[in-house]
Design a binder for this molecule. Structure first.
Ligand code: ATP
Ligand code: MG
Length: 363
């Protein structure tokens, strides 16, 4: 069988710095675990613009469509702020998402015990937390037509349209149920079926897909406002949450803050299943290019490393290997190894990006 293939797009700012640590781990898998990835590397974002005059070259786009998974660092930086909208670094990422049709955005909120004090909530509420929010990413109120600012009589009116088709709901629901089967077989779907037509349809379709295709998964429904409250009150009651684009945007940011630093948070964006049965996929840390610390060896590589762990699990069917990576991160944190973003007010001496990567590799 062919080696699993991976396209690395390190991008701008701290992207290449954190990706260098992932590459060490990829190398380790080859020499120590006999798992060799066919890795290719290319440009995205500002660095691609500098070389090609576009934030994503057509050849790179074509490569992304062929590989088993794309791993992305970060794009953008102040030197690109004044570029024309059509060639902004972020457009490279948007094109990848759009052309790969990545409709399902997975944002885990996982709290490592050693960092539980970092949360804004009580330690017992977050310690051991491990949930995933699945956000619909390509439809809903951010895309629905009509949209715009119009004039009605003698005043202006701003309009967005919340719109979901049955098939758009069904495909993201499937993605959540598939995820649940790999985890703890439990999904909570969130909408506002009490006040929104799209919410009524959302609830119906999720229930139908469940009854027809995933009756083994435990499904519950919750209004998104109540869900937001429950997420802060007792997040461990959830396992997989599936919700629409708007609610997912809010809920996943809220959930992220349950766990601590931006430097810890991975994500996956998944599309339709490919010939091998695995979804099209792009993995990236939640954080951006962090221009304020770029080039200084201060960036925390854990978000990017955990994004690679997600790729092991969801694109390469290597869940046990993903656990090895996560356990190594857990151990290093328990040992007290901290990059600067993970230092509390009590202070201490932070390690560099590459020291953190080396510690995880050793663990
Ligand atoms: P973008 O628009 O690309 O999302 P942003 O300015 O919203 O960028 P980030 O680039 O993620 O957000 O940076 C936000 C803050 O978090 C910055 O102060 C940055 O230094 C810090 N930060 C982000 N990622 C990391 C990381 N991996 N390690 C340490 N600090 C980080
Ligand atoms: Mg941002």
């Amino acid at each position: 069988m062919a080696n699993p293939s991976l396209l690395i797009l390190a991008g701008d700012g701290i992207g290449p710095e954190v990706m260098a640590e992932v590459k060490k781990i990829i190398g380790w898998f080859g020499t120590k675990r006999g798992i060799t990835f066919d890795v290719s590397e290319d440009l995205v974002g500002g660095c691609a613009y500098d070389k090609h005059g576009t934030p994503l070259h057509d050849d790179t786009m074509a490569k992304a469509q062929e590989v088993d998974a794309v791993l992305l660092g970060a794009v953008g930086g102040p030197q690109y702020d004044n570029l024309d909208f059509s060639v902004k670094p972020e457009r490279g990422l948007l094109r990848l998402r759009k052309e790969m049709d990545l409709y399902s955005n997975l944002r885990p909120a996982q709290c490592f015990d050693a960092l539980a004090d970092f949360s804004s909530l009580k330690k017992e509420v977050v310690a051991g937390l491990d949930i995933v929010i699945v956000r619909e990413l390509t439809s809903g109120v951010y895309f629905g037509e009509p949209r715009g600012i119009f004039t009605e009589g003698n005043e202006r009116v701003g309009i967005n349209t919340q719109r979901y088709t049955e098939s758009e709901i069904a495909r993201v629901a499937r993605s959540a149920f598939e995820l649940a089967r790999r985890r703890n077989n439990k999904v909570c779907s969130m909408e506002k079926a009490n006040v929104m037509e799209s919410g009524i349809l959302w609830r119906q379709v999720v229930q139908e897909v469940h009854d027809r295709e995933y009756p083994d998964v435990q499904l519950s429904h919750m209004y998104a406002d109540a869900g937001a409250m429950q997420l802060c009150r007792w997040p461990k009651q959830f396992d997989v949450i599936v919700t629409d684009n708007l609610f997912g945007d809010l809920l996943s940011d809220a959930a992220a803050m349950l766990t601590g630093s931006l430097g810890m948070l991975p994500s996956a964006s998944l599309g339709a299943p490919m010939a091998n049965g695995r979804p099209k996929a792009l993995y990236e840390p939640v954080h951006g290019s962090a221009p304020d610390i770029a080039g200084q060896g201060k960036a925390n590589p854990i978000a990017c490393i955990l994004s690679f762990a997600m790729a092991l699990r969801y694109s390469f069917d290597l869940g046990d290997e993903a656990k090895r990576v996560e356990a190594a991160v857990e151990k290093v944190l328990a040992d007290g190894v901290r990059t600067a973003d993970l230092m509390g007010p009590e202070g201490g001496t932070p390690v560099s990006t590459s020291q953190m990567g080396d510690a995880i590799l050793a663990a």
